[in-house]
Design a protein around this ligand. Sequence first.
Ligand SMILES: Nc1ncnc2c1ncn2[C@@H]1O[C@H](COP(=O)(O)OP(=O)(O)OP(=O)(O)O)[C@@H](O)[C@H]1O
Ligand SMILES: O=P(O)(O)OC[C@H]1O[C@H](OP(=O)(O)OP(=O)(O)O)[C@H](O)[C@@H]1O
Length: 225
Amino acid sequence: MIRLGVPSKGRLMEQCFDWFAARGVTLSRAGSDREYAGRVDGADNVALVLLSAGEIPRELMAGRIHLGVTGTDLIREKLAGWRSHVEELAPMGFGHADLILAVPACWSDCETLDDFATIARDFRAEHGFRLRIATKYHRLVRAWLSAEEVADYQLVDSQGATEGTVANLTAEAIADITSSGETLRANHLKIIGEEPILRSQATLLRSRAAGDEAEVRDFAARLGL
Ligand SMILES: Nc1ncnc2c1ncn2[C@@H]1O[C@H](COP(=O)(O)OP(=O)(O)OP(=O)(O)O)[C@@H](O)[C@H]1O
Ligand SMILES: O=P(O)(O)OC[C@H]1O[C@H](OP(=O)(O)OP(=O)(O)O)[C@H](O)[C@@H]1O
């Protein structure tokens, strides 16, 4: 049996169900909206596992699911050396979001990453501690800032409502996902730099640890991949 893990709620779940339906496989919840059991119609050898989007990378890595749908941001953040654990079978065309670095909109001398590096250096000299960036994307933000040679900062963990940390005085900057930009605007923040840290979208992934590769590839072929 192929175990297929998909997000258990919200926009990602609904768009994921639509994506499979368009390819002849109907996914649904087995019972009520609150029950996390799933049904698959149109493929006899596939079992549906409803999971938190954030847990799907770990389940793929452990081989407890053969296939999984989650954002590329979560795969790259949660799995060190992600390519050795999973294979990207298809970008799915929804769940688009950019991981970005943002600072208070009123920082008029901060538009580029070079500006940010200068401000971070001055901040440390002036305050005696490093400028704080609130994020849940520790691995991706560290790697990006290190490649850009920005060193005078510290990461502050924030697992939600990250854009609020600046007003709450627990951080000077944030790194988080944005799509419409409304949350940033509402919290008086602006994006630094031309390019995001990462462009993410929902992706169908194959676990390298789960085995049954021929069976999984047959199913992928039936989906037109
Ligand atoms: N505003 C958004 N627009 C589009 N995609 C988004 C948006 N916010 C988050 N996402 C994407 O949705 C996926 C799941 O996000 P998140 O980690 O916030 O999970 P969640 O919905 O809080 O669920 P859970 O807490 O169960 O893991 C991520 O890949 C993320 O990139
Ligand atoms: O650019 P926008 O369209 O405004 O979307 C961005 C927001 O969406 C996500 O939050 P979510 O609603 O998943 O809640 P969270 O705070 O738990 O991450 C993300 O963390 C941003 O806060």
